[in-house]
Design a binder for this molecule. Structure first.
Ligand code: AMP
Ligand code: ZN
Length: 114
């Protein structure tokens, strides 16, 4: 999608601190980290939000979650704990309408359910 921030990062048109790339997703550092570890996992495919997922995306979603758990281990926070977040829509504060998971950890996180 031409006017999408994360599509532009995917295509190298906007710089980001890229941590991994494979045939299905990229991961990069969040520009406004909420914790010592704050990484975004973004599918290469432009999917606007959780609401746009279809059964065909089942494997992709699993891949994103597994990529986050692998990164948590690599960053040394698997045992101390972390959060994986998928904000959807205005009430959740979704800012970028290209599906992404947040991996947040490296400090004690406060209450999570809003
Ligand atoms: P969300 O509220 O779930 O849509 O999260 C969007 C996230 O993207 C926020 O945590 C922002 O800090 C992050 N973000 C916005 N612009 C950039 C950028 N250029 N590079 C990396 N992260 C960004
Ligand atoms: Zn996009």
């Amino acid at each position: 999608m031409s006017d999408c921030l994360f599509c532009k990062i995917r295509d190298g048109q906007i710089p980001a601190k890229l941590l991994m790339r494979d045939d299905r997703c990229i991961a990069f550092e969040d520009i406004h980290p909420q914790a010592p570890v704050h990484v975004l996992f973004v599918p290469l495919q432009h999917i606007p939000s959780n609401n746009a997922l279809t059964p065909e995306d089942r494997e992709l979603v699993g891949h994103l979650v597994l990529s986050a758990s692998r990164m948590a281990a690599e960053r040394g926070i698997a045992e101390s704990g972390y959060r994986v977040l998928l904000n959807t829509g205005p009430d959740a504060g979704q800012q970028v309408f290209h599906l992404h998971l947040h991996l947040i950890g490296g400090r004690k996180l406060k209450g999570s359910m809003g």
